[in-house]
Design a protein. Structure first.
Length: 290
């Protein structure tokens, strides 16, 4: 594009129909084409800089969490009469054994003061400890990432046969962009804002943990006359009861499995991460006639 009628048909540059496949009129004297970082600039354009969009905050790394064992204690209460067991609608009565049931077979209950005669039923209440995790590590900021990074190629233009603008090289399969003005881009042109960098004022707080999944729902207790507890008797879980004769020879053992919690490490990010150096562009193809 030189502003001359090179083929002597009375028209120059963008006004020349022979140039239509490789030129177009744009409204500003500076045009841009955006290409991938590893791509060369199209003919008629030179590399200007690199611009970005979609800044992503990747938070903090370097934290770890260790789940602490869930504590579940199954307490057994024994009824002194069948009637008191049957009338206990809340399953919360009876006299509690002094120690919680454990995975070790213990007893017999008749050797415990106050339970020499056995009982007439029992209930179980499970005391569940908190879900706990132990945090460790040294939190550090992760590098921010751009979702899109493109090379900006520029061309300085001349009117070159355009009544309403400037004649720009038309790159194959590429949109031509120009700086967005106060008037905007117009109804049929897509405004696109890119950025040249970012300002990072973030910091990481101390490592911490979130927990989920810990449960004592399967934990309960059994009373059995088998001195080894290998043959379990009636099993009851939290809030349940059984109104049956309890022998002074009854042994006590905890039952069920504890579900230990899962832990997720985290470090809360404070401060701001802001994209800087905005580059507002209007991008389109073949928008102005010569």
């Amino acid at each position: 594009m030189n502003g001359l009628d090179d083929d002597c048909n009375g028209a120059a540059d963008c006004a020349d129909s022979a140039c239509e496949p490789v030129t177009q009129c744009v409204p500003e004297a500076l045009a841009f084409v955006l290409v991938s970082n590893d791509e060369a600039c199209p003919a008629g354009y030179r590399e200007l800089d690199v611009v970005h969009r979609e800044l992503k905050d990747n938070g903090c790394d370097g934290c770890a969490c260790k789940a602490l064992d869930k504590q579940c204690e199954a307490y057994v209460s024994v009824y002194t009469s069948l009637l008191s067991c049957q009338r206990d609608s809340l399953n919360s009565g009876g006299t509690m054994l002094p120690d919680p049931a454990t995975s070790t077979c213990s007893g017999p209950i008749g050797k415990i003061t106050g339970f020499e005669g056995g009982g007439f039923g029992f209930n179980v209440h499970v005391k569940a400890g908190k879900n706990q995790c132990e945090a460790s590590g040294d939190p550090k900021l992760s590098e921010p990432q751009w979702g899109t990074t493109l090379k900006r190629c520029s061309a300085e233009l001349q009117p070159g046969g355009c009544v309403l603008g400037y004649c720009a090289p038309r790159p194959e399969a590429k949109e031509v962009c120009w700086p967005e003005t106060e008037a905007g881009c117009g109804a049929i042109v897509t405004p696109q804002t890119y950025y040249q960098g970012y300002e990072d004022r973030r910091s990481c707080e101390a490592c911490s943990c979130s927990t989920k999944g810990g449960s004592c729902s399967d934990v309960g207790a059994t009373l059995t006359t088998d001195a080894t507890c290998r043959m379990p008797g009636t099993v009851r879980r939290d809030g349940e009861k059984s109104c049956e004769m309890i022998s002074p020879e009854a042994m006590v053992r905890a039952t069920g499995r504890i579900t230990h919690p899962e832990c997720n490490s985290q470090s809360v990010v404070t401060g701001t991460l802001v994209a800087t150096g905005p580059v507002p562009l209007c991008c389109g193809a073949g928008l102005l006639n010569p």
